[in-house]
Design a protein around this ligand. Sequence first.
Ligand code: ZN
Length: 328
Amino acid sequence: MDQFENYAGQTGYLSQLQKTFLTGEQMVHAYLFVGPAGTGRKSVVRLCIMASLCRGNSKPCGECGPCRRVMADTHPDVHTLMPEKGKKEITVGQMREFLKQSAVRSFEGGNRFFLIPEAGRMNAAAQNCLLKTLEEPPEGTVFFLIADSITALLPTIISRCRIVSFHPLDDEECVRRLLAHGLSEEDAKIRARMASGCVGQALSIDAEYLKRMQTFTEAVFGLHSREGIPRLLNQYKDEKDDREATLDMLSVAVRDILAVQAGQLPAEALRNAPQRAAYAQRVPMEGSLHLMEVIREARVRLASHVTYQTLLESIFLVLPEEYEKWPW
Ligand SMILES: [Zn+2]
């Protein structure tokens, strides 16, 4: 069973939220949870609701009827508004329907909760419609808005909400949480880096994708001569994978190599990446820094008109160049 404590370090308001929803004291009508996906925003919303509706002894117990209904998304006093399938925006029509339910009495006698997990997708008309309700909220209603950032929301909406911000964890803490989810240490470390400390994102990375990325990274560091470049380019230039993530993955690899070269990570850390391990041994740190810089530049130019193939090639060319500079 999930607990508030699992999200310590992701938001400074955790104990305050826990206390508020357990006691009902100082509860406000609208909360805005802001932060990147995977930082526990939705999980904490769910815990708040369970804490408020739970009929067990140590709340939220996760076992009583209300707790179970909240976890199964079937509680009649918990309403969720999502964009319609295939639609980008939450429209004013949808919002009106959603808000009608706020005028209905509670089914189970407690507070009623209204969730908008993708609040950033409400269009302006929908936000204005919501605003009227937030200005005069019906007794016993609590709204939870979740957004990646506040930029898509009207200032008038923001000012009606208690803002609770969520942050990614540092690598070490993220790895610790992932280990608690039963991941192997190596898997946890790679995922933590790829997800930049967002536990939920780290857990959702597909194992196949991870394997493909590892194979790609090894192939890049295996480029000892220019002859290997065309084949590797052909293989990856049209990859449908997230290109930013692919370049980030390479940055992470170079970061690890630099850490090994600087003695901050044991060489053992690269034991399952023989090509990277060989590179770390043979090429000095200045070569790794050069590679890092080229990857960084490519990352910036992703948004420009330069083709992905050209960017990949600029990175690939660094490898044989560095290997040649530092022969055995
Ligand atoms: Zn319960």
